[in-house]
Design a protein around this ligand. Sequence first.
Ligand code: 13P
Ligand code: SF4
Length: 322
Amino acid sequence: MTPPRSATIAPEATEIPLDLASEILRLKESLHAVILAHYYQESEIQDLADFVGDSLELSRKAASTDADVIVFAGVHFMAETAKILSPDKTVLLPDLAAGCSLAEGCPAPIFQRFREEHPDHVVISYINCSADVKALSDIICTSSNAEKIIRQIPPGQPIIFAPDRNLGAYLVRKTGRDMLLWQGSCIVHETFSERKLLELRSLYPAAELIAHPECEEVVLRQAGFIGSTSALLRHVQEHSATEFIIATEAGIIHQMQKACPGKLFIPAPPEESCACNQCPYMKLNTMEKLYRCMKRRSPEITLDPDLIRKARAPIRRMLEMS
Ligand code: 13P
Ligand code: SF4
C-alpha cells in the first residue's frame, strides 16, 4: 500500500511553540472552537479534545455544537459530515490528505452508474464515503446503527449497501437481508491475520477477542463480541474478563486503558511485520498540524451549498432512524 502523503506542509512553516497543548487550548478559546476527535487519533490529541467518539457520536456533536469553529481531528469524510450538518460553521481539518480507503474505493460517477443499474433498490451507505456518494444515497449509517436501520426497511425492499463489503456481509449474516454489496474495504481492518490471531489466542487463552465489523469474516468468526469503536469500549468496561485482544485500529486502546487501568489490552496482529493496524490516514493528523490549522484557520472544509443540501437529507434520515 502506498501511504497517503500530507497535503499541508507549507513552505513558510508556522513557528511551533514549545508548549503545544497550552497553545492549542489558548487558540481554541480565541476562536470559540470545539475540538472533536475520533478514537483512532494519536493519544495526545485524544487527551486534548473536547469530545472523543465514534462516527455517530461525532456527527451528533457536530450537529449540536454552539461553537463557531469545529476543529475535526479525524478523517476527511468525518469533517465533511460536520460541514454538511453545520454549514454555517467553519470546519477545519489538520491535514486535507487524511482520507479513507473506503471513501476512495467508491468514486461518485461509478457509484451513480451502479445505482442507476438498480433503480428499485434503496441505497444505504456507510458514513465512510464522500459527500458526493452521500448525496446519491437514501440513508446513511454507521457501524453503531446500521443493523437498526436495515431492520426498519420493509421486507421485500431490495437494498444496495455501500461501500464496505465486510460490514455489509456481516449485516447480511446478522439481519438475514440479502443486500447487494459494493466491493470496498478498509485497509486497516483487512490487515488482521487469522493465523497470527490463532497463535496469539493460544498464548493468552483467557483473553476475549473483540472486533470491529469492518474486519473480514475469518476474524469475526473468532470474535466473542463485535461492535463499533464505542461499543467495543463499553464492552471492555462492562465485561468481567481482564484480558482482551483488540481487532480494530490500535488508537482505541488508549481510551480502554484509561477506563480500565487494571485490564490487559493486546492489539490484534497484522499479517506483515508492520504497523498496519494503525490507520495511515488518521495518523496524518499531528499536534503540530492541529496547532497550525487553528493558527491559520486552514485547511478549511468547503462544500457547494447544493451538495450540502443533497447530502444532508440521508444523514438526517439516519439521525431520525437511530
Ligand atoms: P466507528 O468509530 O464509527 O466504529 O468507525 C470506525 C472507523 O473505521 C472510522 O473510520
Ligand atoms: Fe477508513 Fe479504515 Fe482508516 Fe477508518 S480505519 S478511516 S475505515 S481506512
